[in-house]
Design a binder for this molecule. Structure first.
Ligand code: EPZ
Length: 422
């Protein structure tokens, strides 16, 4: 982890057109899902980000044959050469989505040993619902020495009621159920776009999944799954939203192409409420903003509500709205750490448990700030674009986990961003 820093010279209006990359949270679910196919899979539109690199390392550690040209976005995966069913700590520690290898390895090989994913700066992030699903399907699951050890002589489909809406829990149970005997019904399922994307991928390798995108998903297990065509993942909803917010924050005029406007409706509504202009086309969104922004309030919710992953970037935009905004974080316990960094840039924020009250100020000013997680880093980039002066962001590796060439994209729109290692 280098001490590389990002320098952002603020005050530039963003103008022009930028193409959004493939969705990180689809990629980290669909790459392990390739383990379920008896024949090699080809996945397209993958972003060249750290989490995809870790996914490749993990598959290769397990013995899969992976051909990936990072800038091509295309990866071929042959899981038939896998010889291991244990994910090492040094790899699982790098990516929370490593827990998906529990469901995928259990489904294909009847066993999995995966380190418990650690918590992170946004909350405890337990996986009790993941393990509840595996046990419901008939696996013996133990947690010992920080490892999840799961075994089965054959998973059997059943009804599974998730105690809360969990994206990762829904994904992990979907993966495990694909080769189970009979039908699995997941009740109280997550509905995020990447859940639907995973369901479509599973359909492309021969597993019938119905109801993805609703709160009830039916999966008909099939032990003979095989890829028949390349699968292209969806565009990144959160990168799209980050770029939309950056456009509004710099009072710019930006068209984001290759996106899915219907995935952005909760954010679009808030930007319109603030006084920005948002125009939608089939696969593009144009964001313009001229005058001062009105304050808005929102609560993060499961999809299709306001996404928790855009709470942090949006809070940066609200720092210079003309009035008081209220942000309630309902999904994670501690996702406000970026606000203390933005106070160093002149923001006026007070936090009461899960609510942040943001009093708009006329102008943010540059500072040296530290990213504490991926979306906190995105929020600080946006604050830096808006601020007067040159902002220095530490811990840029967090940003690289989930954004492909973020500063290249922003610089192509007129930003002035560079990196250096002191
Ligand atoms: C996924 O995390 C995303 N990560 C997160 O994006 C995103 O913020 C989150 O979904 C919500 O949309 C990936 O897809 C790789 P959850 P996940 O399970 O699956 C609790 C980013 O920036 N919970 O829906 O971990 C949990 O603690 C990342 O791209 C349990 O209690 O989210 C949280 O409070 C950050 N027990 C809430 O549910 C469980 O078994 C929602 O978590 C599972 C979750």
């Amino acid at each position: 982890m280098s001490d590389e820093r990002m320098l952002i010279v603020g005050g530039h209006r963003l103008e022009g057109t930028v193409h959004v990359s493939g969705a990180k949270n689809s990629a980290v679910a669909i790459i392990p899902a390739a383990i379920l196919s008896d024949t090699p899979c080809v996945i397209e539109n993958l972003p060249n980000i750290e989490d995809v690199r870790v996914s490749v390392e993990t598959l290769r550690y397990l013995g899969a044959t992976v051909d990936w040209q990072p800038e091509s976005g295309t990866m071929s995966i042959d899981a038939s050469t896998i010889t291991r069913t244990e994910v090492p700590l040094e790899l699982s520690r790098k990516m929370r989505a490593s827990s998906y290898y529990i469901g995928a390895l259990l489904a294909r090989f009847g066993e999995a040993r995966v380190p418990m994913p650690g918590g992170c700066d946004i909350g405890r992030r337990p996986i009790d619902q993941h393990l509840k699903g595996m046990r419901a399907l008939g696996a013996a699951v133990e947690t010992s020495y920080g490892m999840v050890v799961a075994e089965t002589n054959g998973l059997v489909g059943t009804d599974i009621f998730m105690d809360m809406v969990t994206v990762g829990g829904t994904i992990n149970v979907m993966l495990a159920a694909t080769r189970a005997e009979g039908i699995t019904i997941i009740h109280n399922a997550a509905k995020e776009p990447h859940i639907v994307d995973l369901a479509n991928f599973l359909g492309s390798i021969g597993c019938r999944v119905k109801g993805a995108g609703t709160d009830t998903i039916r999966i008909r297990g099939n032990r003979g799954l095989s890829a028949r065509r390349p699968y292209a993942i969806i565009p990144d909803q959160i990168e799209t939203g980050t770029l939309m917010i950056a456009a509004a924050g710099t009072h710019g005029d930006v068209t984001i192409t290759g996106c899915i406007p219907t995935h952005m409706e909760a954010l679009t509504a808030k930007l319109l409420e603030m006084g920005a202009r948002v125009d939608e086309k089939d696969d593009a969104i144009r964001v313009r903003s001229l005058g001062a922004h009105r304050p808005v309030s929102f609560k993060t919710q499961v999809y299709p509500g306001f996404p928790t992953d855009l709470q942090q970037p949006m809070s940066a935009l609200l720092c210079t709205a003309a009035g008081t905004s209220r942000v309630v974080e309902n999904i994670f316990e501690s996702r406000f750490r970026h606000l203390a960094e933005m106070e160093r840039m002149g923001a006026n924020v007070r936090v009461y448990e899960q609510t942040a009250v943001i009093e708009g100020v006329p102008q943010l000013h540059a500072a040296a700030v530290e990213a504490s997680d991926l979306r906190a880093g995105a929020a600080l980039v946006i604050a830096g674009l808006m601020a007067h002066g040159t902002t220095e962001i530490y811990n840029t590796h967090y940003i690289d986990r989930g954004y492909e060439h973020l500063e290249t994209k922003l610089n192509s729109l007129g930003a002035e961003i560079s990196r250096f290692i002191p």
